[in-house]
Design a protein around this ligand. Structure first.
Ligand code: P6P
Length: 337
C-alpha cells in the first residue's frame, strides 16, 4: 500500500473506498460499489448471526448443499442475503456459492465482475457460538459484457483475482480484504452500523509459534505432516484449532502461525474448496507477506489450475518461515522413506 496515502485509523469504510478509488485514475467506481455491496451483506448476516439463538434460525434446514452437508438455516439465510445484496448492487453478473450447485446468474449482464463465495463457512460452529465467517473472491469477467457469465469467468486461476477477503463474525465483526495493494481491516461498530478502519496495513509475522490443524486426523495425515507437527511440539509451539477456517486464519494473520488442512485418506484432494476458500485466503496471505501452498513440494495455491468450480484442495497457509519449514520437513521425510 502507498503509505504516503495511508488513511487514519477510524476512517469509515465508505471514506476509505472513495479515497482509494481516487488514487486510481482508471477506477470507474464499479469495484468500489461491489465492495460496498459485500460490506452491506456482511452487516445483514452479522445481525442474523448475532440473534441466531433467538430467532429459531439454529439447527438444520433439512436440505443438503452441494457438499452433501446438512444445511444449517444460517447458511441458507447468508446465501440468500449475499445473492440479494449483489443482485441489487448491479456490479456482479454472476455468483458462485458453496451453497449452490450451479452458478447463479444475477441478471446484471452489464456487470463486469463475478464473485465466488462461501457465504458462511464453518456453519457447524453456529450452534455452539464459535466464530464463523464469509469468504469472497472477485474476478473481472472474461466473457462479453451483456451476455450471461459462464464457468470460464470463475476458472481463470488464483492469480487473476482482483480482490478477495472475508467477514469474521467473532468477538467483534471484521471485514478484511485486498484489492492487490496490501491487506486492510475494518471493525464493525454495531451502534452506528458502520465499518471503521482498524488495521490499515495488515502484515503477517514471518515467523510464528502457533500451529493450527485437526490432530484428530493424525493417522490420516501424510508422514511429513506428522514429522512437522512433532517438530512443532518439540519446539514447544502452541496448538490452536477453532475448527472454523476464518477464525483460525485471522489469528494466524495477526499473530503469526500456520493453518494446515492436508490431504487425508477420506479426502485425498483435501477438504477445503479452491475457488472460494483457498484462492481468496492465499491471495490475502501473499499480499500480507505470508505463504500458501497445497502440498509437500510447495506448489503455491494461487498457481493451482482450477478446472471445476467446487474442486477441493489441500491447504497449508500462514507465516512464510513456517510454510518453508514444513516443505523442508517433507523433503527430509521423503529422503528417509
Ligand atoms: P475438520 C468447517 O467445516 C471447515 O470448512 C473449516 O471452516 C474448518 O477449518 C474445517 O472445515 C474443519 O474441518 O475436519 O477439522 O472438522
Amino acid at each position: 500500500p502507498d503509505n504516503a496515502l495511508a488513511q487514519p485509523v477510524g476512517t469509515t469504510l465508505e471514506r476509505y473506498i472513495m479515497r482509494k478509488q481516487s488514487e486510481f485514475a482508471y477506477a470507474t467506481g464499479e469495484l468500489s460499489q461491489l465492495l460496498r455491496d459485500i460490506a452491506l451483506a456482511g452487516k445483514i448476516i452479522n445481525r442474523e448471526v448475532n440473534r441466531a439463538g433467538l430467532s429459531e434460525l439454529k439447527g438444520a434446514f433439512g436440505t443438503e448443499n452441494v457438499q452433501g452437508e446438512q444445511q444449517q438455516k444460517l447458511d441458507v439465510v447468508a446465501n440468500i442475503r449475499f445473492i440479494r445484496a449483489l443482485k441489487n448492487g448491479g456490479q456482479a453478473c454472476a455468483i458462485l456459492s458453496e451453497e449452490e450447485d450451479e452458478i447463479i446468474q444475477t441478471g446484471n449482464n452489464q456487470g463486469r465482475y463475478v464473485v465466488a463465495m462461501d457465504p458462511l463457512d464453518g456453519s457447524a460452529n453456529i450452534d455452539v457460538n464459535v466464530p464463523i465467517g464469509t469468504i469472497f473472491s472477485i474476478y473481472r469477467r472474461i466473457t462479453p459484457v451483456g451476455t450471461p457469465a459462464t464457468k470460464d469467468d470463475f476458472l481463470q486461476g488464483g492469480r487473476k483475482q482482483i480482490a478477495a477477503g472475508y467477514v469474521l463474525y467473532g468477538s467483534s465483526t471484521m471485514l478484511v480484504y485486498t484489492t492487490g495493494h496490501g491487506v486492510v481491516g475494518f471493525t464493525y461498530e454495531h451502534s452506528l452500523g458502520e465499518f471503521f478502519l482498524s488495521h490499515p496495513d495488515l502484515l503477517i509475522p514471518q515467523n510464528g509459534k502457533i500451529f493450527s490443524c485437526n490432530e484428530g486426523h493424525w493417522f490420516d495425515y501424510p508422514e511429513y505432516v506428522r514429522t512437522y507437527l512433532m517438530e512443532c511440539k518439540r519446539k514447544g509451539y502452541t496448538g490452536r484449532y477453532v475448527g472454523s477456517l476464518v477464525a483460525d486464519y485471522h489469528r494466524s494473520l495477526l499473530m503469526g502461525g500456520i493453518y494446515l488442512y492436508p490431504p487425508t485418506k477420506k479426502k485425498p484432494q483435501g477438504k477445503l474448496r479452491l475457488l472460494y476458500e483457498c484462492y481468496p485466503l492465499a491471495f490475502l496471505i501473499e499480499q500480507a507477506g505470508g505463504a500458501a501452498v497445497a502440498d509437500a513440494n510447495g506448489t503455491p495455491i494461487l498457481d493451482i489450475v482450477a478446472t471445476d468450480c467446487h474442486q477441493r484442495s489441500a491447504l497449508v497457509i500462514g507465516s512464510t518461515n513456517m510454510v518453508k519449514e514444513i516443505a523442508a520437513s517433507a523433503t527430509a521425510t521423503a529422503k528417509l522413506s
